[in-house]
Design a protein around this ligand. Sequence first.
Ligand code: FNR
Length: 340
Amino acid sequence: MTRAQRKIDHVNYALLTGQSRAHGLDDISFVHQSLPNTACAAISLHTEIGELSLSSPIFINAMTGGGGEATERINAALAEVAKQTGIAIAVGSQMAALKDENEERSYRIIRQVNPNGVVLANLGSEASVEQAHRAIEMLNADALQIHLNVIQELTMPEGDRDFRNALVRIEEIVKAVPVPVIVKEVGFGMSRETVQQLCSVGVTIVDIGGFGGTNFASIENERRARMLTYFNSWGIPTAASIVEGVEEGISIIASGGMQTAVDAIKAIALGANAVGYAGHFLKVFMEKGTEGLIEEIECMHEDMRFMMTALGATTIAELQRVPLVIKGDTHHWLTQRGIQ
Ligand code: FNR
């Protein structure tokens, strides 16, 4: 199995296995306010994650690159969507391009199409400081995502088996690179303990990448003969993981199962500063093309403004403080963990 084929497999199997919507956000209810004292025109979607300033809290999360022309085409289209809608975009892991420079094109296309937008570079926690510098330079990136994907690697037949010293490497990269570092999960969620460990080495932005959306254990299990089915239901659901991640000095990106504007509004109300969409945007793009995805995102922006107006929240900071009622498994999780 070549690396390029694996990248294409990931796209195909992500579409095939879909998103489970087991993220727990359906456990969250708003408390309706009949006198919100707001106007749609006064709503600002502007947000900040660490030192990054974004005109919208929603963005296209890391997906692809490194699979030749097929992935270059997807990245070119997603970059066009990001440019037209003014949202940020992350690329898939750039390790493929660091190992084979012929693959650089499939990533660089994002910066070519979208020269002035916010672009996030992406590498795994096995990356060295030198590789981190090269990944950022390749895209003139505004930030670097470092993904943590232990469960995916263990389920992948050709995956890593040694996860020692990841935190040390992350600390070295945070100290060395000139842009903010976002440490992200890929659909298994982050615990409070993980976020505190990251915080202790200088990380200020985490993408909790919770359970309940695209499931990389299921995807990798589809690609192997002896399935590790116990990993298919492994992980912290997104809603619980956002609250686990709330920590002084940390900006939280919520992702994992995001599909609608309601999901984004609930995630922000739980404490997130921004919200990443991967599998859903890929599906909409595959089914409806570039224009279809642009329309979807514009509708989401309008829906977010409507809901913020109803909730009496003019800014993202105000939305983070609206009252909520939490029921079901998410309530149970947060109560047992003592973090509600
Ligand atoms: C991903 N994801 C991902 N993440 C990452 O950090 N580096 C990567 O290379 C990839 N590759 C990738 C390929 C494809 C096809 C998909 C759908 C996703 C993970 C992604 O950024 C996100 O964390 C998870 O998909 C969970 O979010 P969704 O898909 O439920 O919104």
